[in-house]
Ligand binder design. Structure first.
Ligand SMILES: Nc1ncnc2c1ncn2[C@@H]1O[C@H](COP(=O)(O)OP(=O)(O)O)[C@@H](O)[C@H]1O
Ligand SMILES: [Mg+2]
Length: 353
């Protein structure tokens, strides 16, 4: 059995007929860092709060470690679930020192042990020298590390973090993704992080859970999620992509689309001529010398990201379709209005639902 299990968990708020979370099944292993990723309102926070015990599921069963924390018959209160929660606004007590903030969660411990443990976790998050300061006397990133130290102090089974990076500006955000993962790994703890930001999710997690309308769309490692998105929603939510529809050819490995024939990485088990949807990543399109590629198009727009050039290309074979997004190296000279030729790398093509 997995360390944390949610089985058929649903949540209907008040008398709403639409569930905020719909028959959710999820197993999490000990020591894993998992993120719940999805657009606003898809049920991430509700799922986290049901795990923590702040919200009661309408139906289903939740277990953490070796105990059932929620089912038809019982519901353990949050303090009995062995969870450490980091709130979005950190929720530090402004009038207490950093050390006292961390000690707060250890109220059942002996005074001496409380102090020792607080210093130990402050050491872990790299803030031992700041123990006597007030929250207002440290930076946002440091406040977040204090909140994490406080959550870790009682040695919880699992740490839950709701949008931990959303209050941080871009530069600090990147650093905190790294710091938070490092601390969680060092503490050897299981963690569930909620975010609406794909970059956050990919940077910090072993596995990502993509949700939409209260329903899990896919659970996979960042790499697998990017390379093999299960459906159109995941393909578009996780990075940029080109979605095409076509008919499967007789050999079950090529698809006839409006831009031409596209080769698939695997043979399909579907019927010949069946309609299939394809996701083609922008970096799967490789520009070659004019006339040498299987596909040709006119460059309509070029945006520089710093790391690559993002091209919007109108296909000659199908001028009426959406332009394709293609990434080109930054040093390649590409003029708006010019014609380019490209090939599609088979392993960045994926059949989606
Ligand atoms: N306390 C509440 N009462 C009624 N509806 C709620 C409550 N909390 C959340 N919801 C609804 O449940 C859905 C999921 O919300 P939430 O879990 O907060 O989404 P997310 O965290 O993914 O943005 C939304 O439609 C939201 O309006
Ligand atoms: Mg939320």
């Amino acid at each position: 059995m997995s360390f944390i299990q949610l089985e058929q968990v649903s949540k209907f708020f008040h008398d709403s007929l639409i569930p905020a979370v719909d028959s959710l099944n999820l197993s999490i292993e000990c020591g894993e860092i998992i993120t719940l990723l999805g657009p606003s309102g898809c049920g991430k926070t509700t799922t986290l709060r049901m795990l923590a015990g702040f919200e009661q599921p309408s139906t289903g069963r939740i277990s953490i470690g070796d105990q059932v924390v929620y089912d038809n018959h019982k519901s353990l209160p949050p303090e009995k679930r062995g969870i450490g929660m980091v709130f979005q606004d950190y929720a530090l007590f402004p009038h207490l020192t950093i050390e006292k903030n961390v000690m707060f969660g250890l109220n059942k411990w002996k005074q001496k042990d409380r102090k020792d443990r607080a210093l130990e976790v402050l050491e872990l998050v790299g803030l031992a020298d700041f123990a006597d300061r007030l929250p207002s006397q440290i930076s946002g990133g440091q406040q977040q590390r204090v909140a994490l130290a406080r959550a870790l102090a009682p040695r919880p089974h699992v740490v839950l973090m709701d949008e931990p990076f959303s209050n941080l500006d871009a530069g600090l955000r990147e650093k905190m993704r790294f710091d938070v993962t490092n601390i969680l790994r060092k503490a050897n703890t299981t963690a569930i992080i909620v975010t609406h930001d794909q970059k956050d999710a990919f940077a910090v997690s072993d596995r990502v859970v993509v949700m939409k309308d209260g329903i899990i769309q896919q659970v996979a490692s960042p790499r697998d999620m990017y390379r093999c998105p299960k459906n159109c929603f995941v393909a578009q939510f996780v990075g940029k992509t080109n979605l095409l529809t076509g008919r499967l050819e007789k050999d079950l490995k090529h698809v006839a689309t409006t831009i031409g024939t596209v080769c698939l990485p695997h043979y399909q088990t579907k019927e010949m001529c069946e309609t299939v949807k394809l996701s083609i990543r922008p970096e799967g399109c490789q520009i070659v010398a004019e006339g040498d590629g299987n596909y040709n198009g006119k460059v309509e727009r070029v945006t520089y990201s710093g790391e690559y050039q993002e091209l919007y290309v109108n296909l000659q074979s199908d001028p009426s379709s959406e332009p394709m997004v293609i990434y080109a190296p930054i040093d390649q000279d590409i003029q708006i209005g010019s014609t380019i030729s490209f090939n599609i790398k088979t392993d960045l093509v994926c059949v989606v639902e």
